[in-house]
Each structure stands twice: as C-alpha cells, then as structure tokens.
Design a protein around this ligand. Structure first.
Ligand SMILES: CC(C)(COP(=O)(O)OP(=O)(O)OC[C@H]1O[C@@H](n2cnc3c(N)ncnc32)[C@H](O)[C@@H]1OP(=O)(O)O)[C@@H](O)C(=O)NCCC(=O)NCCS
Length: 166
C-alpha cells in the first residue's frame, strides 16, 4: 500500500458492511486515516498491502509482527463490490506471502463472534480455533465474544502440495 491507495482503502474501510465487523466502527475521516498510515508506513513490523486480482485492487491485508519476528497477526477486508470467491484468493495469496516470502512460523487472526463469514473463512483456510474470549469486546451497546485463530506454517498447505498429495 502506498499514499495513492489511501482514499480507496478508506472507502472500503468505511463501508457499513466492512466497518460493522471491526473493533472500531465509526466512520473514519481522511485525517485520521492519514495519521494511521503515517504511523505504520515506515514500521518494519507492519506490512499493509493491497490485494489485486487481474490488475484490479480488490482488498486490503495488513500483516503485523509485534510479539516476535516469526509470528504475525493479520487483518483484512475486501472491496465491498468484490465478486464471490475473492476472499479465498486473497487469503491464499496472503498465506503464500506470509509463509514463503516473510518466512513466518505462525499467522494469527481474530474475529468478532457475530462475524460468521470471517469465522468460517479462517476455518476454510486451515486455521485452528485457539480460543474464544468471552464478552471481550463492547461495541457501545453489547458485549461480543472474540474468536482467536492460528495457523502454523507446517499446517498450511498450498494447492500444489495438496494436489501432489492426492
Ligand atoms: C471475510 C471475507 C474476506 C470473505 O470473503 P468472501 O469473498 O466473501 O469469501 P469467499 O467467497 O472467497 O469464501 C471463502 C470462505 O469464506 C466463508 N464465507 C464466505 N461467505 C460466507 C457466508 N456468507 N457465510 C458463511 N461463510 C462464508 C466460507 O468459509 C467460504 O468458504 P467456502 O466457499 O468453501 O464455503 C469478506 O467477506 C470480507 O471482507 N468481510 C468484511 C470484512 C471482515 O469481516 N474482515 C475480517 C475481520 S476479522
């Protein structure tokens, strides 16, 4: 992601069908968004990326290594008009990047308990549920559980590896 992606990423992040699944759900202004990007753009522990499909920007993925250099958290969202199936290819590319290019040992994800798509998405990509933090998040009206997922490099299988094993 570069400065030129800022407006597009903000429009995705502010879409009601994206922000309702985030920890902060208010509509983000351009100044707040720029400040966020300025804070991370030179941080070697953070990789904000644009997912492209056939030359079109279709989503955002953020990889953050804060615990130790071998273990990261991820966050992601698609362009709200991205066609069905885009999430799966974003996920596969992100995992390839994380495990083959960054050489990480583990990727972790968190999803709010009502985000059934994300919970099922993590499972579909091979993540294990490692914990459920009960009533961990308050959205201003009610509490929500947080589902914690983890995927180790040795558990991750690329499509090629899977078909070679068939
Ligand atoms: C989560 C997200 C990336 C999934 O992308 P998508 O394009 O809908 O996903 P795909 O169509 O590629 O489906 C991949 C998997 O996601 C899950 N999934 C997708 N749509 C689903 C739905 N309506 N209900 C339940 N699971 C669903 C399924 O496990 C699916 O695998 P399957 O097709 O083998 O059943 C996308 O919906 C998104 O950006 N959501 C808003 C932001 C968000 O929640 N980010 C994550 C915060 S933790």
């Amino acid at each position: 992601m570069t400065e030129t992606d800022l407006e597009q990423v903000l429009s995705w992040r502010n879409h009601p069908e994206v922000r309702r699944y985030m920890y902060t759900t208010h509509e983000i202004g351009i100044e707040e968004h720029r400040k966020w990007f300025s804070g991370i753009k030179h941080d070697p522990a953070v990789d904000p990326m644009i997912y492209e499909n056939h030359g079109l920007a279709r989503g955002f993925v953020n990889i953050t290594r804060t615990r130790c250099p071998e273990v990261a958290d991820w966050g992601f969202y698609l362009a709200p008009d991205a066609p069905k199936g885009t999430g799966r290819s974003l996920g596969n590319q992100a995992l390839t990047y994380v495990f083959l290019e960054l050489g990480l040992h583990k990727l972790c994800g968190q999803a709010l308990g009502f985000n059934e798509r994300s919970i099922s998405f993590h499972r579909a990509l091979g993540f294990s549920e490692e914990g459920r933090l009960r009533d961990q998040h308050f959205d201003g009206h009610e509490f929500h559980d947080v589902f914690c997922f983890g995927l180790l490099k040795q558990e991750w299988k690329t499509k090629d590896q899977e078909s070679n094993n068939d």
